[in-house]
Ligand binder design. Structure first.
Ligand SMILES: [Zn+2]
Length: 216
């Protein structure tokens, strides 16, 4: 477990799990991308952050890829929040070959689709959904406005890592999504894989250079 702000924790889950982030404010707690691991591994990391699994009331998903979303099944009483496209994917209403490959096995959940720009309050936190297609068509980021933390999923990495794109128009759309992210004024990038960074402008610039060098 790593504390990235006084009330936001990065859970260090075993591979192939994505990064998972827990936000805590008083009795309110939420998780962004719960990852993919065993329940006891997840509970142990949550415990280090002083959070019981049952106290998580909201689960945010940046996209439906299994390494980010599978552990949502351990929070059956929480509200699951994601883009409409992610919800469709989880419900397998739009099972393209790509999504079939990566969709998690069906589990029952209380899902709510967030429109692009919609905000959710959690204690003193305010998380805004920003649709960012490119890595996948369903991808979204969540921008926490109080701490200016950008939970970027697989839409923006750090240290020059460039997201893989899973559909033909993805490269063009990813560049457009980065333009949206640039305007947010984020102070911290909390990516789906790799280290957290305070150098948001530099991460965006290095990612663009990575694309220019053909690492898509
Ligand atoms: Zn992904």
């Amino acid at each position: 477990m790593n504390k990235i702000t006084p009330n936001i924790f990065l859970l260090e889950l075993p591979g192939p799990s994505s990064n998972a982030y827990v936000l805590v404010d008083g009795r309110e707690a939420a998780i962004v991308d719960p990852g993919l691991c065993k329940q006891k591994e997840l509970e142990a990391e949550l415990g280090e952050a002083g959070v019981a699994l049952e106290s998580i009331s909201r689960v945010f998903l940046t996209h439906a890829h299994a390494d980010h979303s599978s552990n949502a099944r351990f929070f059956p009483h929480a509200q699951l929040l994601c883009s409409q496209e992610t919800l469709n994917c989880l419900l397998q209403k739009s099972p393209t070959a790509m999504f079939l490959e990566f969709c998690v096995p069906f589990f029952s959940f209380k899902g709510t689709a967030l429109a692009d720009g919609a905000a959710v309050h959690l204690g003193g936190f305010k998380l805004r959904c920003v649709n960012t297609p490119g890595h996948t068509q369903d991808a979204a980021c969540f921008f926490e406005e109080e701490t200016k933390t950008l939970f970027s999923g697989d839409s923006l990495f750090t240290q020059g890592s460039v997201p893989r794109v899973f559909y033909p128009e993805g490269g063009t759309e990813l560049l457009q999504s980065w333009q949206k992210l640039e305007k947010l004024g984020a102070a911290l990038v909390a990516p789906g894989h790799g280290p957290v960074s305070k150098h948001v402008a530099r991460e965006l610039e290095e990612s663009r250079q990575g694309i220019a060098q053909g690492f898509l």
